[in-house]
Each structure stands twice: as structure tokens, then as C-alpha cells.
Design a protein around this ligand. Sequence first.
Ligand SMILES: [Zn+2]
Length: 412
Amino acid sequence: MDAAGLKQAVLKDRERMVESLCSMVRIKAIGPESHGEGEAERGKYLAALSKQLGFKSVEVLESADPRVPAGKRPNIVIRVKGTSNRNLWVVTHMDTVPEGDVGAWKHPPFEPKVTKDKISGRGVEDNGQELIASLFGLSALLETGVTPECNIGLVFVSDEEHGNTHGIDFLIDKGIFKRGDMAVVPDHGLPGGTGIAVVEKSIAWIEVEVVGRQTHASTPDKGVNAFEAAARFAVAGVESLRKKFPEVDPLFDNPRSTFEPTKCDSNGPNVNTVPGRQTFSFDFRVLPNYKLDDIMAELRKAADSVEKSTGAKVNISWLQRADAAPGTDPKSEIVLRLVSAVEIVRGTKPHPFGIGGGTCAAPFRRLGIESAVWSSSTETAHDANEYILIDDMVSDAQVYALLFAGKNIGKS
Ligand SMILES: [Zn+2]
């Protein structure tokens, strides 16, 4: 068996992949936070499908959750032994967000619509395409009798859209992933599969409340203008952060840490009052080498100095804090293996890059597992009329097949 034969074996399953994705989408899998019933029914379908495809080791690990009718959230682990001792995981998620505004959809969101080249429906992209592609990529090895090079584990998790407690974190607590393993977490990607995300920035959303003293606008000396103090702090704050944390990392589209004042709240309805209270927010995306605690300390210094010069009180608090995990080396084995598999299928090499937001690769990186975030994406996750290109699903399945086969096939 060579690469061409393996690709052909995947291609033969094109219709079956389309049907499987559609069947999966028809079974809702929405978390209880969004008033859904969880992933139990979808999980049953996928476990049955995996057995039908001939997988012998299909394990369902359930996390107790009294909020859903089944009382538990399923996580499916499919294993195929390789010829080496290394473990390679592909982790995708079964749950989806709700449909959002139904009126914005051109068809019922959970009744997928298939055209010649596309499938649309809630969850087809996020994360259905890659779940099905990884499953059929591995199935092609079974069909052709190719033993994978590494021990392959396909993991379909619950609860990714709301915190990972009953999915990734639950499996990590069970100890199934080990330091030194490799992982592909295809929950983010670029059109045509042209990029592999290897590193993320930390995210800090910060709320600021500036308290002064309200007075008539004609007698400002009797009060303390909270808006002016807030404006001084917004500017002084970001200027000192940009100066103190100037590092540049070309892996990122925006290569610097970004420090932006964003949302500004109303301080009252009329023009002729000096406002006594002003609230606004910052959005910071910080390169992973910097610590958010250091950023916060520097911001506090700027606040202290504005307090001193204006007499206003500046209160700072976290709205959201996500500390970046250490990045995966662009020269790491999983990235190199993936680059070479994508190159065989697509004819071009994907480039490693960094992203400004968090992905669910972070918990794996923290465990010391090299993790590549990659897929061929239409970038319509969570949108109305979310869709995929069927060719992307087939190509990605071919990439997985080649990645899994590794050295155990010829490279023609
Ligand atoms: Zn997702």
C-alpha cells in the first residue's frame, strides 16, 4: 500500500462520510448551559458507527452530570495499536452551540442541507467535519490493512463549548493522556488547511471603574471628573504596557501583544454634569512569554499615578483571564508529520502560526503534549448557515489517514 492507494480508499467512502455527518447533525448535542440535553444520543450513534466501521476498541467514558436527562456526558475513545510505542491523539468534540437566530438560517439548522459541494447545518464545521474525517481516515487504514505507525486514539469529547469539565478535563483527570504523546486538536483552521496553529496569546479582559465626585459642569472644581480621569488612565495604561511589553513574535498575525481600551459605558444622559463615575474595559492579547500578573501589576502602577494626579479612585478587576499554555515548537514532530501529510494531499505546505484567542489544545500543551491545531475550515463556526465543503472533509480524512500510517506506507 502506498499513499495514493490510501487516499483512494478514503475517497471511496465519500458518500458514507456525507451520510454519517448528516445523521450526526440530526441528533442534537447541546450542553445544559444552553438548555440542551447533552451529547448522550449523539454519542450512542457515534459509538455504534465506530463499531460498524470495524473498530474493536471503542470505549465510552461517562462524566456524571445531573443537569442532563441521561445523567451523564459521554466521551468516546477509539484505539488502534501501532507499530511504535508513541501515542497520537486526535481530539474532536461532539457538542455544538445552539442554532442562534433560526430566522437567519436558510433551512432548519438541524436538518442538514447537502448540495453538490457543500453541507450546511449547525455543527457541520464545529466540530463535525473533523470528527468524521478523523474517523474515516482511521477506518481507511483498517480497510486497507495498514497498521498505523503510532498508537492512534480518536477522542470524541463532550462539553467543549462550555468549559471542558465533562470532556477534556474529565479525560485528563482519568489519566488517559501522557506527557510525550502527540495530539491534533482540529477545532480551528484556515481555508484550504493552509495553517497549523501552534501557540496562543493569553487573554485578559479587564473592567475599570473610576470614581470621582459629581458636580455641575460650570463648577468643575467642586467635583472630581471621573470621565477625564478614566481617559487619562486609559491612555497612560496602554502606553505604559506597550512600552514595558514590546516583544515581537512573527508567528502571530499581529506579532505584538495588543493592549486596547474597548467598551466604554455611558456615564449619564446629560451634557452639563461632571460625571462622578465612569466604567470602561480593556481587551489585552498577550504573547505567551509574558505573565498576566506582571501586566496587571504594571496597569495598577498607572492607576495609582492617575489616582494621585486626579483625586479619583481607580478600581480594576478581571472580567476574563485565560493564561496561554506554552506553545508547541513549529519544528516538533507532530507539526512536521502533519505538514508532510498535508503536503502529500494538498500539494502545499501549511505554515505554523499563532492565534490571538484560546483553543482547547491548551490543556494538552500544559500536560507536555505537543499539540497541533489544524483543519480545512470555512470559518463559519457558530454562524447561521454554518457549512463545510465536502472536498475539505475528504481531503482532511486523507491527511489523517497518511498521518496515522506514518512510515508504514510508501510515499508515492
Ligand atoms: Zn469547536
